[in-house]
Structures are given as structure tokens and as C-alpha cells.
Design a protein around this ligand. Structure first.
Ligand code: SF4
Length: 234
């Protein structure tokens, strides 16, 4: 099991979206001031880290992928997206427990707007940790003539949330900074787990990599990827 620490950045556009603003709308001056104040205090209690494991891909069927020495992940969309891959990167990313305590404090003190902003900031930050991690692996792969696929998380698309247990089974629980509850939710909440594939770039130049979002009817899905985002290559 490997571990990497990443300094997340706040995407302003993403934060505005998470705070409920519609496209083109701006935050009020009061909200902007609150965001600035809370952001300044953030760095002291963030502990961003990504745990990861890279395993050879042993087998792909129409509805599953099997890693060497297991486990088998069941999802048609993942199976189709990772066809042609040689390896699978499994990861668990988090910004740590500190933010949760601050959100709870605000709730208990009835400072609900601050709790809401902190919650949104946490979502944006952990998403950026996962994004930067994938970019880091993609850069390493590019140097070896490889590229990486889109990433998938348990509970999204057609990958059942219960498969989170299989993903966590790849890591030593005592060394993980993220705990999995009986209902398969992660603690701290601001954590992202997932997988993506690694494929030889030459092989992929001869066909269009699959992006399941292009043929998915889930119109309100917040995780929808652009049609051009079938793979993540540097
Ligand atoms: S839109 Fe894309 S990310 Fe969302 S459920 Fe469909 S395939 Fe999955």
C-alpha cells in the first residue's frame, strides 16, 4: 500500500456551484467574506492524503473486472471502460477528520451558514485531492507510454456501494486514515474512493475509448463527464 500527501486547491467555480448558485450567478458579498474567512482558517486542520494500490488486471468480462489475486468488481460500465487496460489503480483519498469537527461545532453553535460553507469547501477540496492524484499517476504513466481511464467510485454509475468493502479489502485497515462503516459510508465523510485503469497508449490510439456518460440517461447526475473525457492522458 502506497501513500501520497497532496495540497488541494479550491476551484472557485466548483465552490460556487456547490453553494447552490446557478450558472452565471455570483455569491453575495456577505457569503464571499465568510468564504474568505473560513478558507484562511482551513489549512491548519487539513490532513490530505491518498492511499493507493496498483494491481494487474487479470480478466474483464461484459459485467466485471477481476484484479490479479482478486477482488472482482461488478459493473458493466467499468468493464467496458477498462477493456484493454493492463493495470488498475485503486485509491482512497481524504482531507482528514479536522474539518468534520469544525462543521459539527458550527452546527452546535447554530452557525448554519458557516457549517454549510465549510461542508462545501470540504467537498471541493477532497475532489481536488482525487483529481490531482489521478493527474500525478497520469503523468507517470505518460512517461512510460501509457494513459489512464476515467475514474469510478462505488455507489456511482452501476457500481454498487457495497463493493466499497472489496475496495477497502486491498488496504491495511490499521494504516488507513479512512474508516468504512457497516453501511459502507466513509468516515471522514470528505473522502473519495475509486479506481481507474492504465492502458498502453499505442493500443488505445486505434479505437475510441469508452465514456459511459455519453449514453447514460441520468440527466441530473452531478458526476457526468464531458463527451471528450473518455480518458485522462497527459
Ligand atoms: S452520467 Fe456518467 S457518471 Fe453519471 S451515472 Fe451516468 S455514466 Fe455514471
Amino acid at each position: 500500500m502506497k501513500e501520497i500527501s497532496i495540497s488541494p486547491k479550491i476551484s472557485k467555480g466548483e465552490l460556487v456551484r456547490r453553494l447552490g448558485a446557478r450558472k452565471g450567478e455570483r455569491l453575495s458579498r456577505a457569503t464571499k467574506l465568510k468564504v474568505a474567512g473560513l478558507t484562511e482558517a482551513l489549512s491548519g486542520f487539513l490532513r490530505p492524503v491518498v492511499h493507493y494500490e496498483t494491481r494487474p488486471l487479470a480478466r474483464t468480462t461484459k459485467s466485471s473486472i477481476e484484479l490479479e489475486k482478486g477482488p472482482i468488481f461488478r459493473s458493466r460500465k467499468i468493464a467496458k471502460s477498462l477493456t484493454g487496460c493492463t493495470h488498475v489503480v485503486c485509491f482512497i483519498a481524504t482531507i482528514g477528520q479536522g474539518l468534520e469537527a469544525r462543521i459539527r461545532e458550527r452546527f452546535e453553535a447554530n452557525r448554519l451558514s458557516e457549517a454549510y460553507i465549510l461542508d462545501a469547501l470540504g467537498s471541493v477540496l477532497v475532489e481536488d485531492v482525487a483529481r490531482q492524484f489521478q493527474e500525478f499517476i497520469a503523468k507517470k504513466c505518460a512517461m512510460q507510454g501509457e494513459c489512464v481511464t476515467l475514474r469510478f467510485s462505488p455507489g456511482y454509475c452501476d457500481w454498487p456501494l457495497e463493493e466499497q468493502r472489496k475496495l477497502f479489502s486491498l488496504f491495511h485497515p490499521s494504516r488507513l486514515k479512512v474508516h468504512l462503516s457497516k453501511s459502507c459510508l466513509m468516515e471522514p465523510r470528505k473522502s473519495i474512493s475509486g479506481i481507474f485503469g492504465i492502458a498502453p497508449r499505442d493500443d488505445w490510439q486505434h479505437h475510441t475509448p469508452y465514456n459511459p456518460c455519453t449514453e447514460c440517461s441520468a440527466k441530473t447526475c452531478s458526476a457526468r463527464r464531458a463527451p471528450s473525457a473518455a480518458m485522462y492522458a497527459q
